[in-house]
Design a protein around this ligand. Structure first.
Ligand code: P5A
Length: 445
């Protein structure tokens, strides 16, 4: 993409309404525009990162054997009357009425609708296990929408639902989700710690939230510092193996880590003092096992091997896709702007032309652009007639992890400059070598 043809409405001023750094930077970098409290348009740069994050979520869900689909945002109230949640959900639910006077709602989550789909089409244990998921907009009329995309009213969520014959199978689905979530967050350059939590209006006893540590997080968390040494890394996991998924769950949940909702002071104090941590975190996901709560209420039954009709065991599992943009920025920025991890960056690298209109410099930039594009990468080429300082400031603000700077002086010596946004370190090398380096960096991401 050429910057001169792109739509990147960066702001010079720091917006005063934004209280936390990720919200400020998303507004300044021209990623989002607020349309009403907690409701945003996703401008091209923000939309690109949202799609990158969504893509990682899809890849890891499919790797775990879960099946993508799409349910609507609007739902009939009658489904929710069956589960009893139409009245329970309270003011957070946005209720509407259509022209035929039918009660509708903008879905805050989809347990009822997926249970309805299941009961319509599945009747035998032979069709289990089954996990269906979608990535779809949700609406919760939050009492205090704030911090930009962190606590929106309209927000983008991946929500998945497992259907299993037995509790044991459903717990395997729970464990499988835990493993796939750890991998998902790590690919985004985040450490998200599973913490025992409260199930709230979703229900059930078994639930973990995934928290990214950040001073601006809305949840208070208590944990054993040893947990921050854990990493899933690129170990091979067989998602069909109960033992392997269970082992990862045990590894990641055996140390004390809880949100304030479930905090147990006595258990916390049993950890050696030097390892006790009280901090804040951003909840980027939550997994639930709630057994037969919805299947019994809504008649989602299957025939087991003995011909008995039994309610299926279920769980639901959510990732805050739009919230993750804020979480990544909170975890990765400096005073000049965002620093995208390679896994989610909107463009793979920037190309800065220091002398727009100079024949040799323009040609070198074009060659870099074409070579990177031919390798399947997306560079953002700043081809505007701006001062170098302004171009660098824009690149720093929007946070592309790598920048190639091309100027007449370097070209005379046959070199361009490759700069890391994270370290600020620069290196001179030939344009061909710069392309090879960028290609190599992204080869295993
Ligand atoms: C699990 C999937 C559920 O709704 N039902 C389907 C279950 N869980 S949850 O914890 O309530 O939400 C899942 C994740 O969505 C994100 N989230 C939000 N993001 C932005 N703004 C909001 N107002 C908001 N509310 C929830 C969180 O990341 C949460 O973990």
């Amino acid at each position: 993409m050429r910057l001169s043809r792109y739509f990147l409405p960066v702001l010079k001023e720091t917006p005063s309404e934004a209280q936390i750094v990720s919200h400020r930077l998303m507004l300044r970098a021209g990623m989002i525009r607020q349309q009403a409290a907690g409701i945003y348009s996703w401008l091209p740069l923000g939309f690109k990162v949202l799609k990158r994050i969504e893509q990682i979520v899809h890849e890891e869900q499919i790797r775990a054997g879960h099946i993508p689909m799409l349910m609507p945002t609007l739902q009939p109230a009658d489904l929710w009357r069956e589960s009893g949640r139409y009245d329970d959900y309270g003011q957070e639910m946005l209720r509407l009425r259509d022209r035929h006077d039918r009660d509708m709602l903008y879905g805050p989550t989809n347990e009822e609708m997926i249970t309805d789909i299941f009961r319509t089409h599945v009747s035998s244990y032979k069709d289990l296990p089954l996990t269906l998921y979608h990535v779809q907009w949700k609406f919760r009329d939050e009492i205090r929408p704030r911090f930009g995309v962190m606590r929106g009213r309209e927000f983008y969520m991946k929500d998945g639902y497992n259907f299993d014959l037995t509790k044991e199978d459903a717990l395997h689905a729970y464990n499988r989700h835990l493993v796939s979530y750890l991998r998902t967050y790590e690919r985004m350059g985040l450490q998200a710690i599973p913490m025992r939590a409260d199930s709230g209006p979703i229900g059930g006893d078994d639930t973990h939230e995934f928290l990214v540590l950040a001073d601006t997080g809305e949840s208070e968390v208590f944990y054993d510092s040893e947990i921050t040494d854990l990493k899933l890394g690129d170990r091979e996991i067989d998602y069909d193996s109960f033992e392997q998924c269970q082992a990862v769950l045990e590894e990641f949940t055996s140390r004390y880590a809880r949100t304030d909702e479930t905090h147990d002071e006595a258990a916390f104090n049993a950890i050696p003092e030097a390892r006790r941590r009280v901090a804040r975190g951003i909840e980027v996901g939550q997994i639930f096992y709630f057994g037969t709560k919805y299947s019994e209420a809504m008649g989602a039954m299957v025939q087991d091997a003995d011909g008995h009709k039994v309610p299926v065991h279920m769980g639901s599992h959510g990732i805050g896709v739009s919230r993750l943009l804020g979480a990544v920025i909170e975890a990765s920025h400096d005073e000049n702007g965002i620093i995208w991890p390679e896994g989610v960056t909107p463009f793979h690298c920037g190309i800065v032309n220091l002398r727009q209109g100079d024949e040799a410099t323009d040609a070198a930039c074009q060659m870099l652009y074409d070579a990177l594009t031919a390798k399947g990468l997306e560079p953002l080429y700043d081809d505007r007639s701006e001062r170098a300082g302004a171009k660098f400031a824009t690149m720093d603000l929007i946070g592309l992890p790598w920048r190639i700077t091309v100027g007449p002086r370097g070209l005379k010596n046959g070199v361009v400059e490759l700069t890391s946004r994270r370290t600020g370190e620069s290196e001179e090398l030939t344009a061909e070598d710069a392309v090879d380096r960028i290609v190599a960096i992204y080869a295993d991401i």
